[in-house]
Design a protein around this ligand. Structure first.
Ligand code: ITT
Length: 177
């Protein structure tokens, strides 16, 4: 059983879809202001390991938009909570290059072990309008091919997503020991 420290139910359900044996623990940790998701995840790992005794994971994700030079990136949560999907669409009003990438960095550790990181990414494009009701966060405005991620079910999202990739890497690592 792995403790997944997150306040985001959607993330937890995606992890459960891949790992099965995982428990959501919303004990919180400080998300530092840093330049990379890796730094945020490594710093967060220190805190959650002090709070929970056992195998523990956290995952930090972000949306990086090419024409905005990677914005919102490490500020994705703040930007989502403030300007949201409508705000992102306004920033891209009239912009032709709509390429964007979701990145996921997952931290995992067991007592007495150095934390390790697993990563995943998913390239796509920012849609003209939000579509779909699945997923969470930026999913309704992130298109891969014809569909936005919010138009996919959890299994389909997990097959292609940044988080699906980082979690599957953790799973293979766990099984390979
Ligand atoms: P934690 O408690 O795990 O930190 P969070 O929702 O704050 O949950 P992040 O900081 O990793 O998670 O996420 C940054 C923002 O990006 C946040 O607003 C999410 O809703 C959004 N986001 C993360 N993963 C996403 C995904 O797979 N699809 C759409 N939006 C996503």
């Amino acid at each position: 059983m792995i403790y997944f420290v997150t306040g985001n139910r959607g993330k937890f359900e995606e992890a459960q879809g891949v790992l099965g044996d995982v428990e959501q623990r919303n004990v919180g940790y400080a998300e530092i202001q840093a330049d990379t998701l890796e730094e945020v995840a490594l710093f967060g790992m220190k805190e959650v390991r002090e709070k929970l005794d056992g195998p523990v994971m956290i995952e930090d994700a972000g949306l990086f938009i090419e024409s905005l030079k990677g914005f919102p990136g490490v500020y994705s949560a703040y930007v989502f909570d403030t300007i949201g999907n409508e705000g992102i669409l306004r920033l891209l009003d009239g912009v032709e290059d709509r390429r964007a990438v979701f990145r996921s960095v997952l931290g995992y550790a067991e007592p007495g072990m150095e934390p390790i990181l697993f990563k995943g990414e998913l390239w796509g494009e920012i849609a003209q309008k939000p579509r779909g009701s699945g997923g969470f966060g930026y999913d309704p405005i992130f298109e891969v091919g014809e569909k936005t991620i919010a138009e996919m079910d959890l299994e389909e999202k997990n097959t292609i997503s940044h988080r699906g990739a980082s979690i599957r890497d953790l799973k293979s690592w766990l099984l390979s020991r």
